[in-house]
Design a protein around this ligand. Sequence first.
Ligand SMILES: NC(=O)c1ccc[n+]([C@@H]2O[C@H](COP(=O)([O-])OP(=O)(O)OC[C@H]3O[C@@H](n4cnc5c(N)ncnc54)[C@H](O)[C@@H]3O)[C@@H](O)[C@H]2O)c1
Ligand SMILES: O=C(O)[C@H](O)[C@@H](O)[C@H](O)[C@H](O)CO
Length: 256
Amino acid sequence: MTQTTQPSPLFLITGGNRGLGKAMATALAAAGADIILTYRSGATEAQATVAHITALGQKAAALCLDTTAHQSFATFTGALETTMNALGHTHLTGLVNNAGFGVHAPFATTTATQLDDLFAVHVKGPYLLIQALLPRLKDGGRILFVSSGLSRFTSPGFSAYGTMKGAVDTLTRYVAAELGPRGISVNAIAPGAIETDFGGGVVRDNAAANAAVAQSTAMGRAGLADDIGGAVTALLMSPANWVTAQRIEASGGQNI
Ligand SMILES: NC(=O)c1ccc[n+]([C@@H]2O[C@H](COP(=O)([O-])OP(=O)(O)OC[C@H]3O[C@@H](n4cnc5c(N)ncnc54)[C@H](O)[C@@H]3O)[C@@H](O)[C@H]2O)c1
Ligand SMILES: O=C(O)[C@H](O)[C@@H](O)[C@H](O)[C@H](O)CO
């Protein structure tokens, strides 16, 4: 009897050089996926992640991309196609829209520029990037947005950021509705407060903020990047794609 080996799935993860994106990339690779990650300026971190994934026995590459620079998406998709072919792939199995940053400022003093910048990275960039990648995404594939606990509960100072993540939840349902006929499932993972560089490391490096999160979380601690890597792997490596249009919270039970 001849044995046929299934080709590895291929995922594109934006902002995969550090933090949650890096944890998702390494967890997916450990579960048998090939990875193309994007970075904006962290080329050295990105190459270290690529080397780590290669050592796990999977194929990986890193490409530079500012996910807010939509004028560059046509050039990016050309470079992506060349990279996919070099890794032995013709299509992406999935895309994870992870790149992003937060703004912590009172509602009364949040500026128009801060609103524009948050909209660009959390909503407009992913919206147009998915459009650009539609021909390269395989039927039956996956799209994952990254939402936040802050689209369910409020925390003063996050009015602009939390509102953008609320828009991400809505966009998730619309993209799911329109790509469903191609068998593509579209969901949003919503992490609670996680110890990464996010916000200058506010959850990781600020003992008072960290203790406040732990106290308000069922699991009794702040989240770690690997908690999200595991949740994303469970979702994206499952053979079933019937879960779609969902906001799936991975917060350890924060503010429940
Ligand atoms: N850390 C948390 O507590 C937390 C909680 C919920 C959701 N999130 C979300 O998770 C995602 C990842 O955050 P993180 O905690 O890993 O933060 P991080 O700051 O460690 O990493 C963010 C990544 O996004 C990239 N990025 C930011 N702006 C970009 C742009 N314009 N173009 C390309 N890349 C860009 C950065 O280069 C970096 O690689 C974000 O969408 C964030 O909103 C984080
Ligand atoms: O949920 C998010 O998207 C944010 O990263 C928050 O987790 C904040 O970092 C935290 O609330 C600060 O205390």
